[in-house]
Write a protein that binds this ligand. Structure first.
Ligand code: MLT
Ligand code: MN
Ligand code: ZN
Length: 305
């Protein structure tokens, strides 16, 4: 299975349009020291030709251009949709607004939990809006049960997806908080057994989550905040990282201590908020992440499991 990190920033991107925090300032003044990043999304492929998008960010148009080299389009082909389907981990705007932006596809296949599908249908109304332009099918992602992912012609792709619930904060506009509003995904390559855990939002390192991460060959994990009081310390917001559904990287109950002990050869932070000092290439927090055997995700990073 091939994996491309299309976007590695949390909502707002890096730099964020209205933010002049130290990291955003550095990103503007010295992009070699804080790399610009688009909002979190990945693409996975069993063969380098058929790609599944996981989360559709507001930056999806530019992000999909990274997949263009992956397939050669016959000269007679006028329209070509370079993805087989879109999988969702939640219905937050940074992960779902891109669905509307894919309306030109004419037909779009989604995989989502029932809870996520309900928010997209009734609260954000992303699905009714997109259906005005395209046929949208939503296949269920049951909890704790792998499902085969099908390509655009309905054939088994060779990948399966399994959703597992994680502690999280439902979208502010969600009218119900049913389990499954925020999930991690295990993507498995049936032929090779290669296994990816993608968890861009996670509020706590509880046992069930850690068990999932321990079984994966590659882990892409919530790197939103370095510390719990990051936004209040900057005067940006009174909310703590945990109250927003994001376990901080640092600290005794942070994610780094747990992720450092995992067997996965590839462990990467993604969905990184622009306030997070790990984004600064020569910072002490960045060095601590590296010392623990992890890397800080960058847009365009590609690997295989
Ligand atoms: C989150 O990751 O918690 C959400 O995307 C927050 C937001 O975008 O408002
Ligand atoms: Mn987000
Ligand atoms: Zn900022």
């Amino acid at each position: 299975m091939q994996i491309i990190l299309l976007g590695t920033a949390a909502g707002g991107g890096v730099p964020q349009w209205n933010c002049w925090c130290p990291t955003c300032r550095t990103a503007r003044a010295d992009p070699g020291r804080v790399h610009h990043r688009t909002q979190s999304s990945i693409a996975v492929s069993p063969d380098g030709a058929r790609w599944f998008l996981i989360n559709a960010s507001p930056d999806v148009r530019d992000q999909l251009a990274r997949l263009r080299s992956a397939g050669s389009i016959p000269a007679a082909t006028v329209r070509h949709v370079p993805i087989e389907a879109v999988l969702l981990t939640d219905a937050e705007l940074d992960h779902s607004l891109g669905i509307v932006l894919l309306r030109e596809a004419r037909s779009l296949a989604l995989y989502a939990t029932d809870a996520v599908a309900r928010v997209l249908e009734h609260d954000s109304r992303v699905l009714p809006m997109t259906r005005a332009f395209a046929t949208v099918t939503v296949s269920p992602l049951p909890i704790d049960q792998p499902v085969p992912l099908h390509d655009r012609i309905g054939a088994a792709s060779g990948l399966t997806a399994e959703a597992f619930t994680v502690r999280g904060d439902p979208p502010r506009f969600a009218s119900d908080h049913a389990p499954g509003h925020t999930v991690g995904l295990v993507i498995r390559d049936v032929a090779t057994g290669g296994c990816l855990a993608y968890v861009p939002g996670c509020g706590a390192m509880d046992e069930a989550v850690v068990r999932r991460l321990r079984a994966a060959d590659a882990v892409l994990f919530d790197g939103t905040f370095w510390r719990d009081d990051e936004l209040s310390a900057l005067g940006i917001s009174p909310h703590s990282a945990r109250s927003m559904g994001h376990v901080p990287i640092d600290g005794p109950d942070g994610s780094l201590a747990v992720l450092a002990s995992l067997p996965a050869a590839i462990r990467v932070y993604t969905h990184i908020n622009n306030s997070n000092p790990v984004l600064i290439e020569d910072s002490a927090p960045r060095a601590a992440v590296h010392a623990a055997g992890l890397i800080v995700g960058d847009d365009g990073l590609t690997f295989a499991v």
